[in-house]
Each structure stands twice: as C-alpha cells, then as structure tokens.
Write a protein that binds this ligand. Structure first.
Ligand SMILES: NC(=O)C1=CN([C@@H]2O[C@H](COP(=O)(O)OP(=O)(O)OC[C@H]3O[C@@H](n4cnc5c(N)ncnc54)[C@H](O)[C@@H]3O)[C@@H](O)[C@H]2O)C=CC1
Ligand SMILES: O=C(O)CCC(=O)C(=O)O
Length: 480
C-alpha cells in the first residue's frame, strides 16, 4: 500500500513522486511505501499550518479539546491494528507495543482534560483599581521531529500539547517508523480536524528535517533523538531565533544496595536494560552494585538474562525483539566488540543462532563486568541490550559513579533504606529518579526530561508542557 503526506487536510503525493518501503526489522516484511519528501513538501505543509493558525487559535480551548477527544476515541477503536503495526515496524515486543499504542490514547485524553485547567494567575496589584492577571498565548506553527524508538507515544506527547494550547503543527516522523504517525494523522482526519492544523511530511531527516528547522514561519522546534542531531538542530534553531526543545541520550544508572530484595532488583535491572531491546533514552545501561551482594546479584542477573526469550515481537511470550534496523544492530555489535576488549563478557555478546531469527536484526542481551570507568561501554550511549556492571564499596561511591557521566536523564536505586533513598533523590544529577522501579517509563501527567547533555533543560508532558508550547501574557487592566 502507498501512503501519502498529510498536508492541509489532504493526502498528498510528495513532489518527487518517490517512495521508500517501510520494512519490518523482524523479517523485512513490507508495511507499505511512504513518501521520500523534499523541501517543497515542507514549504507546502508550513504554508498550510500558517494559514490555519489564526482560526485555530481563536477557538476556545474546550473546542480544541473536542478534536483531541475524538481522535483519542478513533485510535482506541483501532488500537489492535495500530499496536500490531507499531510492533511490526519498530520491533518492540507485544505487550510493550500494545502498551505504547494505548499510551497515545491516554496522552490525548490527558491533554484534552487540560482544557478545564486554569491558564494563568490573578495577581494582586499595588494599585487599588488595577486588575492584574496572566494568560497564555500559542506560538504559531510548530515543527516536531521525532525518533523511531517510541513511534507513536513521542509524536503524540508533542502534538497533543501543541494543539490544545492553540498552535498548529508540522511533524516529520522518523523515516524508519512512519506507519504509527500515519495512523495518528488518519485519526485526526476522521475526527474532522480543520485543514492545515496538523500536517505530516514523511522522509529523511537529513533532507527535510533541516528545512523545517530553518523555515521562517516555524516558531518553535521540539526534537527527540540522538545528541549529534539534537545539538545541530539546537544551534540552527537558536541562530534563526526560534524556541527549541530537545530530549536526547542517556547513560542511565541503576544502583543496587546491600539491603535490596535481589529478585526484585534483578527484574528491575532486566526490565530497564532489555525491554525494547535497550532502545530507550531511559534504558538502564550501568548497574552499580554494593559489594556485599555483588556476586549473588551478578549470578542471578546473568541466569535471568539467559532465560529471556528472543524472537518474533508479535508473539506474546517474547521479551526481546530485534533492533530497529541493520545500521542500529551493527552499531550495537560494534560497541559489544569494543566492550570485549575493555571488560569481561558475562553473557550474550553475539547474534542468536536460531534459523528463524537470521532474517531479523537480533542480538543477545549482553552483560559485562570489570568495566573500567573510562571504557566506551561505560560512557557512551549504546541504545541496545547491553549492561555494564560495576562493584562499589558503599552508597557514596555508587552515587559518585552514577553521576560520573555527561548525561542526566534517569536514575534508579533499589533499597529499603528510606534515608539513602531520600538522599539519592537529592544526589542524583538527573531529571527522573526511580526508587525501586526501573529507569524507564513516562506517565503523561508528569514532567519528562533530563539534565546535563540529555536535554535542553525544558520538560515535556504534564503541567510542564505548557511552558514550551505557549508564551505568558501579562495583563494590566484598569477602568477608564
Ligand atoms: N534519545 C532518544 O530517544 C533517541 C536516541 N537515538 C540515538 O540516535 C541514534 C541514531 O538514531 P536515529 O533515528 O538516526 O536518530 P536521529 O537523531 O538521527 O533521528 C531523530 C529524528 O531526527 C531526524 N533527523 C536526522 N537528521 C536530521 C537533520 N540533519 N536535521 C533535522 N532532523 C534530522 C530523523 O529523521 C528523526 O526524525 C541511535 O542509535 C540512538 O543512539 C535515537 C532515537 C531516539
Ligand atoms: O521511558 C519511556 O517510556 C520514554 C523513553 C523515551 O522517551 C525515549 O526513549 O525516547
């Protein structure tokens, strides 16, 4: 099936009339063709978003919310098909893929409900007759550039707040996973969203992403993806005087203290590191263990890891699906080879032998120990199912090591010691802290984002989203 761009409420061919096949990382099955768009298609989409902005902005926030509610209901009706397509194009296992599709619905419902929340404050004035208050105004057409690892949740958690607060949108989804966003466009189209409010241009980031960032009518850019591309976009956006928000990589630590319940700690480590084949910016990639339990924890972790089922992500018993692409798999395998020369391999470290998996981009979950602090596998984001295991003498050493990274997205601790858990919340140099839960996960009603090189410092989702997608207007009102 051939899919088209969604511009000004119409399904449109790319101006090149060229398309690229969307292939499953499990077996190269085709999910259809998607446009290979170019600058002209972005210009078209931005013009539509610009034209639609004044009327969209004028609607009441509750009128806008009605469209989000309708789109959420349509996605919900089709959730099975959407979840399966997401799994087929990205490769994450069944429960995670279905869970993510459901997340798109709850994000839309959450932001639709924001229409009943206050938009500003009433503030007392020094002058007895003056009425002072603040309200919020939308920015205008906004550009969204999204990654492949959460092909529906991330696009929706950007477009829902953008739309509810009165902005119009041009989205450029990741070219590896276009079908999930296609489903979202279809839902908004069926919901009767006015033409031009939401536009989608499919294609390569290096060809059209830049055009979106540079376009003078795009007022803000929200990006999630690699640090390399993120920093480049940030520089450009600042040069063009735009508001910009970026969520990028992580090197997220999990600390396991002597008093932790080891069975639970092992599940927390395995879930954080290996779900979604480790392809999350919030994935656990360093596990830092206090010396009193190090050997027992390590042995239990390796045993559990060897039991994990690798295979077809559409099978309900699968724990680990394929990497998203050949390039992604090659990058992970290269880091594993580097790891073998830097540290001691405990398990994994290779592609599975099973005949059935030969046509997919599979890699076994991998654990290293005796990892030097400055090893590449200790410092660089791998974005694959790889754990670097460290032994430390106490909490102080653990937290010092946890913070010894350029990244600062998420961190977790397993302990029953309330005092140390509270200290960790203070000490961890990250945007997201977990006590006795895995490093990944993002509920829509909470701010999401990181510190240091993981982020541009702003937060997405929850009450925080309004900060990026609006400007504050301060009103002084006096009687004549
Ligand atoms: N932190 C995170 O959530 C993510 C991190 N990554 C990391 O990035 C690595 C590469 O994955 P990619 O998907 O290639 O990430 P990427 O950063 O290249 O792509 C993210 C988005 O940016 C677009 N893009 C690429 N080049 C662009 C440019 N020059 N101008 C504007 N937009 C551009 C892409 O098309 C995609 O929509 C992964 O191996 C992983 O380490 C990837 C996806 C998500
Ligand atoms: O942990 C999550 O659920 C969200 C992670 C995320 O945003 C990412 O990997 O890009």
């Amino acid at each position: 099936m051939r899919h088209l761009n969604y511009i000004n409420g119409q399904w449109k061919e790319p101006s090149t009339k060229e398309y690229k096949e969307n292939l499953s990382p499990h077996n190269s099955e085709s999910l259809g063709e998607f446009p290979s768009s170019v600058a002209a298609d972005i210009y078209d989409a931005v013009a539509a978003a610009k034209n639609a902005f004044p009327a969209w902005k004028k609607l009441s926030i509750q009128q806008r919310a009605a469209y989000l509610q309708k789109a959420a209901a349509i996605l919900k009706e089709n959730i099975e098909e959407i979840g399966r397509d997401l799994i087929r194009e990205e490769g994450k296992p069944f429960s995670e893929g279905m869970g993510e599709a459901g997340r798109a619905v709850s994000i839309l419902e959450y932001f639709a409900a924001e229409a009943r929340q206050p938009l500003g404050d009433v503030i007392p004035s020094a002058n007895e007759k003056t009425f002072l208050y603040t309200t919020r105004t939308p920015l205008g057409p906004i550009g969204l550039i999204t990654p492949w690892n959460f092909p529906i949740a991330i696009p929706v958690w950007k477009m829902a707040p953008a739309l509810i607060y009165g902005n119009t949108v041009v989205i450029k989804p990741a070219d590896l996973t276009p079908k999930s966003v296609y489903h979202v466009m279809k839902a908004f189209d069926e919901a009767g969203l006015p033409a031009g409010v939401l536009n989608c241009v499919f294609g390569r980031g290096s060809v059209i992403g830049n055009e979106l960032v540079k376009h003078p009518d795009i007022k803000a850019i929200s990006f999630t993806g690699s640090n390399q591309v993120g920093r480049q976009i940030q520089k450009q956006a600042v040069e063009y005087g735009k508001k910009v928000q970026m969520e990028m990589g992580g090197k997220n630590p999990l600390i396991v203290l002597n008093d932790a319940d080891l069975d639970r700690a092992v599940e927390i480590a395995v879930g954080g590191a290996f779900k979604s084949t480790g392809q999350k910016c919030t994935a656990t990639s360093r596990v830092i263990v206090e010396e009193g339990i190090y050997e027992s924890f390590r042995d239990m972790l390796v045993k559990r890891t060897k039991e994990l089922t690798i295979g077809n992500p559409l099978h309900e018993g699968t724990y680990i699906g394929p990497a998203v692409s050949k390039a992604q798999l090659d990058g992970v395998l290269e880091m594993i080879e580097t790891g073998k020369s830097e540290a001691t391999l405990l398990c994994g470290g290779e592609v599975p032998e099973d005949e059935e998996l030969k046509s997919g981009f599979y890699v076994k979950p991998t654990i290293f120990e005796n990892v030097p602090r400055n090893a590449r596998i200790a410092r660089e984001e791998i974005f694959g199912p790889v754990i670097a295991l460290f032994k430390v003498k106490d909490y102080e050493e653990a937290v010092e090591m946890a913070n010894d990274t350029e990244f600062g997205l998420s961190a977790a601790i397993c302990t029953n010691n309330l005092t140390l858990a509270r200290r960790f919340v203070e000490d961890a140099e990250v945007g997201l802290v977990h006590v006795n839960s895995e490093t990944s996960g993002a509920e829509p009603q909470l701010p999401f984002g990181g510190c240091k090189n993981s982020s541009s410092g702003s937060r997405e989702q929850g009450k925080a989203a309004i900060e990026f997608y609006t400007e504050v207007k301060t009103v002084y009102m006096d009687p004549m």
